[in-house]
Design a binder for this molecule. Structure first.
Ligand SMILES: Nc1ncnc2c1ncn2[C@@H]1O[C@H](COP(=O)(O)OP(=O)(O)OP(=O)(O)O)[C@@H](O)[C@H]1O
Ligand SMILES: [Mg+2]
Length: 269
């Protein structure tokens, strides 16, 4: 219900935050399917190597089995940490944020999907200082953009994740580039419109088709005083760039201006 204390602009800002929160929960729901599957694979690996180790008494085989078990368990750990990180009611506050870590955490959640759709991932990370961000929300943007990129490459392709630092301007750029079909020039202005979609519905992974992904990404990036840009060439591919301001140490989250942030996430038990 409309609150007479709020200006229309404040109300729009709050509604945008609420939509972003709902989109995050939807994205998390979609990820649950993928990660459960992934978890099952990890368990299969553990069970099979444990059996191998029990069957063969010689030391090299047992060492190999234990090594594979350890690696699988560590992978499981990374997956749960990433999902929990997304779901947890982390502080919804601007903080110094390591973008490379955010990209890695997002990638862990989509790795299996990328392999399944034959998408090769290349990382091109320059050293960059922490940015001023709400980590959870930028991770949501990354997951949306990476999922779009994967969906654009139905028959496989190349996903390039790039970090660049413009020290002079005090900005960090994160680029998500795909080798998909690209977006025709006349469609380009519409892709950030809410509900604009060219997908007929969720794909086999349960993702896509509601047309809220990119509009949410733009809202989040703008609330970060950043910019989200797109470049696309038909037949070559598409690149989205998130530009974020570097964290400045003298500023504190109290003095840094930011839009009102709605309470996000699942209740913490
Ligand atoms: N990397 C890309 N390559 C080609 N087209 C893209 C790419 N990213 C987005 N698009 C186009 O922009 C449209 C809008 O994207 P958006 O993420 O907002 O919605 P969606 O993916 O269709 O649905 P969802 O809300 O579930 O994400 C897509 O339907 C697609 O036509
Ligand atoms: Mg999308």
């Amino acid at each position: 219900m409309a609150d007479p204390q709020l200006t229309p602009q404040q109300e729009i800002a709050i509604l945008k935050q609420q939509l972003a929160a709902a989109q995050r929960m939807a994205a998390l729901g979609e990820l649950t399917g993928t990660t459960t599957h992934e978890f099952n694979n990890v368990l299969t690996t553990i069970v099979n190597y444990a059996k191998l180790g029990l069957r063969h008494k010689d030391e090299p085989t047992r060492d190999k089995a234990l090594d594979r078990i350890l690696k699988a368990a560590q992978r499981a750990e990374r997956i749960t940490n990433s999902v929990l990180g997304m779901a947890r009611n982390r502080k919804e506050e601007f903080a110094p944020t390591d973008v490379a870590k955010l990209i890695e955490e997002s990638l862990v959640l989509l790795e299996r999907e990328m392999t399944k759709y034959r998408v090769a991932v290349t990382k091109d990370f320059a050293d960059a200082p922490p940015v001023r961000a709400i980590g959870n929300q930028i991770q949501q943007v990354l997951l949306n953009l990476m999922t779009n990129a994967r969906q654009a490459m139905a028959n496989g392709g190349q996903l390039t994740l790039r970090i660049a630092h413009d020290a002079q301007a005090g900005l960090v750029d994160l680029t998500i580039r795909d080798t998909g079909p690209g977006i025709p020039r006349d469609k380009l202005p519409r892709i950030f419109d809410r509900y604009y979609t060219t997908k007929s519905g969720p794909d086999a992974t349960g993702k896509g088709g509601s047309g809220v992904g990119l509009s949410t990404c733009r809202d989040i990036v703008e609330a970060h005083q950043g910019r989200l840009r797109v470049e696309s060439a038909v037949g070559k591919g598409t690149a989205f760039t998130i530009r974020l301001p570097v964290w400045v140490e003298s500023e504190s989250s109290v003095t840094q201006p930011h839009a009102p942030v709605a309470k996000l996430g699942v209740p913490t038990a």
